[in-house]
Design a protein around this ligand. Structure first.
Ligand code: PMP
Length: 297
């Protein structure tokens, strides 16, 4: 992720990652009381490097902090500028950008009164790879929204994601699918889910999931391409009867599924609406024109 020359943004300054120091008595380290973002920069068709949906990501960054009472005294326009500067100083064009808001030393369980912020970036390929995913229904649920601010992209929540991913890998799958507390389909450890059935796309509504920015982009693409879409709760029984399924997220981008619990779907992903959406997404991040030519029936 970094070497001795890597520069990060840290509390308003640009410093070497290898020299930046954090306190071992920090509340964030002990209690997972921190917020992060995951953003991507792309070298667009014009040759210019652009941070995709930077405003939306930093809006969520702020909201995530506010939801769990981490003071947010940052100016988002400055943080966006800092992203560009970090990219430039590290000679990065296509990169993953990781802002992190964390709290100073405090061993109590009182909300923080001060916040640190850092932004780092590194080159990162498609997080879940390019091939179709073999997914298993996790034995872990997504956290209860009454036990946590589930819409906050908080560090502590990701222990749940690590447990689910690890379980899937141990059982020989590529990735996990987590249900919500009511047994409906929730999301992946780091991605939102969509499925296709009879020419229409479905995704769970907000409430028990992280409101993904890629999810919002997929909804936008469906509107632009006149692909019918519905937000609704559904079970794995319904999902297993789908024509095709995909995960989406900033790190993973759009990635099709091969199977759920070893059961494949109605049509090959390559002939699905997900494939069209995947291509449209790629065009959008690269600021290329996209024409929906061959629409799968
Ligand atoms: N759900 C979870 C649990 C995630 O960690 C992510 C990745 N941030 C997503 C969904 C997708 O969100 P986004 O599209 O904003 O990256």
């Amino acid at each position: 992720y970094y070497n001795e020359n890597t520069i990060i943004y840290f509390d308003g300054a640009y410093v070497k990652a290898s020299e930046a120091k954090i306190d071992l008595y920090g509340q964030s380290l002990h209690y997972g009381y921190a917020v992060f973002e995951g953003i991507r920069a792309y070298k667009t068709a014009s040759g210019e490097v652009k941070v995709f949906k930077a405003k939306e990501h930093f809006d969520r960054f702020k909201r995530s902090c506010e939801l769990i009472h981490i003071p947010y005294n940052f100016n988002n326009e400055e943080l966006v500028k800092a992203c560009y500067k970090v990219l430039e100083m590290n000679n990065l064009e296509e990169a993953y950008i990781r802002p992190l808001a964390f709290c100073p030393p405090n061993m109590t369980l009182k909300a923080a009164s001060e916040t640190h912020v850092m932004i780092c970036a590194w080159e990162w390929g498609a997080y879940l790879g390019e091939k179709l995913l073999r997914v298993m229904t996790s034995s872990y649920q997504r956290p209860n929204p009454k036990a946590f601010k589930i819409e906050s992209k908080s560090a502590g929540l990701y222990v749940n994601s690590i447990l689910a991913s690890q379980e899937a890998k141990e059982k020989g799958f590529d990735e996990a699918l987590l249900l919500d507390i009511n047994g409906n389909v929730g999301e992946g450890p780091g991605a939102n889910i969509f499925f296709e059935k009879d020419g229409k796309i479905f995704t769970p509504p907000p409430g028990n999931i992280l409101p993904g920015i890629t999810r919002a982009t997929v909804i936008e693409i469906c509107q632009e391409l006149n692909i019918p879409l519905e937000e609704k709760l559904f079970t794995t029984d319904e999902l297993k009867k789908a024509d095709a399924v995909f995960y989406c997220g900033t790190a993973a981008e759009i990635v099709g599924w091969d199977s759920l619990d070893n059961q494949t779907f109605g049509k090959p992903f390559g002939e699905s609406l997900g494939k069209v959406i995947q291509q449209a997404y790629k065009a959008k991040v690269l600021e290329k024109e996209f024409k929906r030519e061959a629409i799968p029936a």
